[in-house]
Ligand binder design. Structure first.
Ligand code: C5P
Length: 411
């Protein structure tokens, strides 16, 4: 079986899937109906999708549905001519088995090829991913766990499963990931991996400084830019830790998130994570002041306006840049309302960072778009206005270039 991780290559992290060819193998579980949505999402991103089904899968969803969604024939019969068991796992970029029943995991782990889908898996010459879906007792059974370990050891990607309500009426682990999550994992498996082996730490969102248990001060920040950067770094193959203040955003697939509240908590989490990091990207809108005298109980209105004392919060980016063994590349953001470039250049020097991404504070905050200047000691490159995902992709490209350059200098 081919390994699921791919060789490093220069990359645009946030790829659409045009030109990618994916074989989807659907096996017989109730989650087969969700595989229809997977085909829709994959083709909607530009991928071409061929579908193979087990006989059992056709009991849940008709082949005609997949034919209509994929725009091509659906393969069920091993002996239908044209050797589909060989063709379907070759000449494609990914073989995705979703839903993957306990039965197909067992067959694949032992190399059994007694129907079309199991034969396609055994003959595959592309990365293979399984999205398990089954009752929790079947998932937790040591035999299934053993099979999954075997498959992962052979290089397959195991996507999920999640915990939640199951078709049998109970709740537990074994639920197939949602189609959007599976497609996001596919995107990740298919994208080039220039940051493979690199550890990236990103801060994002606002910090929240409590005045009492119900009140506090914070900065206006949605966290969208930082989350998009964490996702782009992950798609480029990095091991990503996202240290996030309070936001309403879902954690990007494959990213480790550490939720924090205050700047002091964020600093602790950052110092605990950057020790062996290669790249630190400080995107968080850290509150400049914390509360010196927070109240453990809710302050009563009747006791008059409270006297709140502020104290300067630690400068997280500055602290990391000054560490003896600091990440090779430290990047910060600068949200300003005027003289954007000059302030960014000052900040670059003052904090000892390698790059400052300067943006207009008014346009960037809680918007889906951003307009930035990538400022290093040597250059200032304007970019945008563009969606925050595009800005994230471009930043990761710039970081890859800087990383490659510093490796060349060291060599
Ligand atoms: O707030 P300031 O303009 O100094 O922010 C510049 C950069 O420093 C940003 O990347 C921000 O995330 C980071 N920062 C920080 N800790 C602070 C203040 C800012 O890491 N206390």
């Amino acid at each position: 079986m081919a390994r699921a991780d791919q060789d490093a290559a220069p990359a645009l992290a946030d790829m659409d899937l045009s030109g990618k060819s994916i074989t989807l193998a659907v096996t017989g579980g109730i989650a087969a109906y969700k595989a229809c949505e997977i085909v829709r999402l994959l083709t909607g991103s530009g991928a071409s999708v061929r579908v193979a089904m087990t006989q059992a899968a056709t009991r849940f969803v008709g082949a005609l549905t997949f034919e209509a969604l994929s725009g091509g024939p659906v393969y069920v019969d091993q002996f239908s001519g044209g050797m589909p068991h060989l063709a379907l796992g070759r000449g494609c970029d990914l073989l995705l088995v979703a839903p993957a029943t306990a039965d197909i995991l067992a067959k694949a782990a032992s190399g059994i090829a007694d129907d079309l889908v199991s034969s396609v898996i055994l003959a595959a010459q592309c990365p293979v991913a399984f999205a398990p879906a089954m009752n929790s007792a079947m998932w937790e059974n040591p035999a299934t766990q053993r099979n999954v370990r075997t498959l992962a050891g052979d290089g397959a990607a195991i996507l999920g499963p999640a915990s939640g309500p199951l078709a049998c009426g109970t709740s537990g682990s074994g639920r197939m990931l949602e189609p959007g999550e599976i497609v996001e994992h596919c995107r990740c498996l298919l994208s080039p991996k220039p940051l493979a082996g690199k550890k990236v730490v990103v801060t994002a969102g606002p910090t929240y400084e409590a005045i009492d248990p119900v009140r506090g001060i914070t900065n206006r920040s949605s966290g969208k830019q930082g989350y998009a950067i964490a996702r782009s770094a992950r798609l480029a193959g990095a091991d990503v830790t996202l240290i996030s203040g309070p936001t309403a955003l879902p954690c990007p697939a494959g990213v480790r998130r550490i939720p924090v509240q205050s700047a002091a908590e964020m600093l602790d989490a950052v110092l605990g994570s950057v020790k062996d990091a290669d790249i630190f990207i400080a995107v968080a809108a850290v509150a400049d002041w914390g509360i010196e005298n927070p109240c453990a109980e809710k302050i009563k209105k009747s006791s008059g306006a409270p006297e709140i004392r502020f104290r300067r919060n630690p400068d997280i980016l500055g602290t990391v840049c000054a560490l003896g063994e600091r990440p090779a590349l430290c990047v910060g953001f600068a949200a300003e309302t005027q003289d954007i470039l000059r302030y960014a250049q000052d900040k670059l020097r003052a904090k000892g960072a390698d790059m400052i991404v300067a943006n207009g504070a008014r346009s960037a905050i809680q918007s889906d778009e951003n307009e930035v200047i990538f400022v290093t000691r040597e250059s200032a490159e304007p970019f945008g206005p563009a969606a925050k995902e595009r800005v994230a992709d471009r930043l990761i490209e710039r970081i890859i270039q800087l990383t490659e350059r510093s490796q060349e200098i060291q060599a």
